[in-house]
Write a protein of this length. Structure first.
Ligand code: HEM
Length: 512
């Protein structure tokens, strides 16, 4: 990682005037906060305009000097997006085509962040398609439980050829990324274009650049993420402003910015709900194979060797929404992360935080540290009405994670017995680990609000008292249901209490 520099909030891409009116003046703890930014220029630079999306819309095509790679990616999907005819993956011909057609491109002189990010997206798409093509064939023939299969994927290819491995590793190093498909810089957040360049980033104005399957549900799955992240400029601004207000002990401003944060989260959660209609639960496993990782996956019991790079096998987590920054930002701001239990599942959460653009990692670390140093939770709980706003933000986290758990049950668990998610986490226990932490933080907060009988400059309004009581009851009910579901599901899925299963041993045991 390069030495970070500090980014003043007023970036060239963001109007200074607009920002200035959003920031409170410096308080007792002094200056406005500014968060650190990577020394290397990056498309993934956070501002209150673009939030966690790139600064500019992604490059849709590679420069003409990479024509062979562009051509392979166009012909790659199970159903091609241009002709709607079966593509190379449909017949298992992608791997041979990579070997026959792809030159070993020299990317060493590339410096433009947009070209580098587009190359990273495209090499990682091609690498995942190459490694997982046999698993997709296997899964289509006899994988899906709903279709009478056994839910398995067989084995992936264990060597990545040098015409993919060498340039991908070089481009990744230039971006400070891991050389594997990533949620932000490849699959989701660098994979959208506007249908009408003059319009905004609403779902209906988005189209995909790259795809594995080309089916409508894959389009919907990816672009719902993008449409959600399009609201994160407001989340970023509210987070910085609320931290500054806490530093200045400015209660009124703090409450105003918590409300702005909640509004941003409500938009994000409402957008998330549209997943049901944009991407069918019955289709998910038809395109999910290609976003699996090589770490903690039975398809890669001995990892993958990158030819021309090293003889040592590599193990990388697959693409996952777990590498999105909306939830970790809120977890860190509300001090939820620091109250995660010390267990193997929380280790995975920490590990996921390194699978993202350097600026997103720096931002998350900064929010966590700043919220801890300023005592944001304590500051919120010191006033009953701030405390209810804090509780309602916890409730937004709960809503996100509860909906997400429903997705996992409907899109995945119903259709497979595969024990790990695309990011390599145990499928039945990892998500409930975090949902439980939020539910218990809600219970503690609501109880603290109810017990706070000290006279206050702003006594709890009747409306807020009722809201706290209602959220407390909801959290208790949800925890009971979740505990029962996990108990039952653990009977159906193996290895759910392990962060890292040794699949080479499991493979030997299965063959014995
Ligand atoms: C059909 C829809 C979805 C399904 C089936 C799904 C599935 C999963 C699974 C199985 C995980 C576990 C981590 C792993 O991959 O190993 C995960 C994590 C995660 N996903 Fe999704 N996901 C969906 C949509 C979304 C969307 C739209 C977002 C929005 C950004 C998102 C954000 C996250 C986050 C933040 C985590 C980490 C959760 C936590 O910290 O508790 N997911 N997802």
């Amino acid at each position: 990682m390069h030495l970070p520099r500090t980014l003043p909030l007023s970036l060239p891409t963001f109007s200074r005037r607009t920002l200035a009116t959003h920031l409170p003046s410096g308080g007792p703890l002094g200056t406005h906060a500014s968060f650190p930014v990577s020394a290397t220029p990056s498309e993934f630079t956070i501002t209150p305009r673009n939030g966690f999306l790139p600064l500019h819309d992604p490059l849709t095509t590679l420069p003409p000097r990479y024509a062979a790679l562009e051509s392979l990616l166009t012909r790659m999907p199970l159903t091609r997006m241009d002709t709607h005819q079966p593509g190379l993956l449909a017949t298992g011909d992608f791997g041979p085509a990579v070997k026959d057609e792809l030159p070993l491109y020299d990317v060493s002189s590339e410096t433009d962040p947009r070209v580098l990010t587009a190359l990273f997206r495209d090499y990682t798409f091609a690498a995942s398609a190459y490694l997982l093509e046999p698993c997709d064939l296997h899964n289509r023939q006899r994988g899906q439980v709903a279709g009478g299969g056994d839910g398995t994927y067989g084995l992936g290819r264990s060597v990545l050829p040098k015409n993919l491995a060498v340039p991908m590793v070089q481009v990744a190093a230039k971006l400070g990324a891991k050389p594997f498909m990533e949620y932000a810089q490849s699959y989701a957040l660098y994979n959208y274009a506007r249908v009408d360049a003059g319009k905004g980033l609403e779902y209906d104005n988005l189209k995909l650049i790259r795809a594995f399957s080309g089916m409508e549900s894959e389009h919907g799955f990816i672009l719902v993420h993008v449409a959600m992240v399009a609201h994160t400029g407001a989340q970023v601004a509210a987070t910085v402003n609320a931290l500054n207000a806490a530093a200045a002990h400015d209660r009124a401003a703090f409450n105003t910015h918590l409300i702005a944060m909640r509004t941003a989260l409500q938009h994000i959660n409402a957008q998330m709900e549209t997943m049901w209609r944009h991407s069918s639960p019955a289709d998910y496993l038809k395109f999910r194979t290609f976003i699996m990782g090589t770490k903690n996956q039975p398809m890669f019991p001995r990892g993958v060797v990158y030819e021309g790079v090293s003889d040592q096998p590599t193990f990388y987590r697959g693409e996952s929404g777990a590498n999105d920054s909306i939830v970790p930002t809120l977890d860190n701001f509300l001090a939820v992360t620091e109250n995660m239990p010390e267990n193997a599942l929380t280790e995975i959460l920490r590990d996921f935080r390194s699978y993202r653009p350097e600026n997103h990692t720096l931002w998350l670390q900064w929010v966590e540290e700043r919220a801890k140093t300023l005592g944001v939770r304590q500051f919120a709980l010191a006033d009953p009405n701030s405390a209810v706003l804090y509780l309602s933000l916890l409730d937004q986290l709960r809503e996100f994670r509860a909906r997400h758990w429903n997705f996992t049950k409907q899109y995945i668990l119903k259709h497979t017995r595969h024990p790990t998610a695309t990011g390599g986490s145990p499928i039945v226990t990892w998500l409930p680990n975090q949902l439980s932490v939020v539910l218990s933080a809600m219970t503690q907060t609501a109880t603290a609000i109810g017990n706070n009988t000290t006279s206050s400059a702003s006594p709890l309004t009747t409306e807020n008292r009722h809201l706290a009581q209602e959220l407390l009851e909801n959290a208790a009910t949800q925890q009971r249901i979740l505990d029962r579901e996990v108990r039952e599901l653990k009977l159906r899925f193996e290895h759910q209490d392990e962060a890292d299963t040794d699949w080479s041993r499991a493979e030997v045991a299965a063959q014995a």
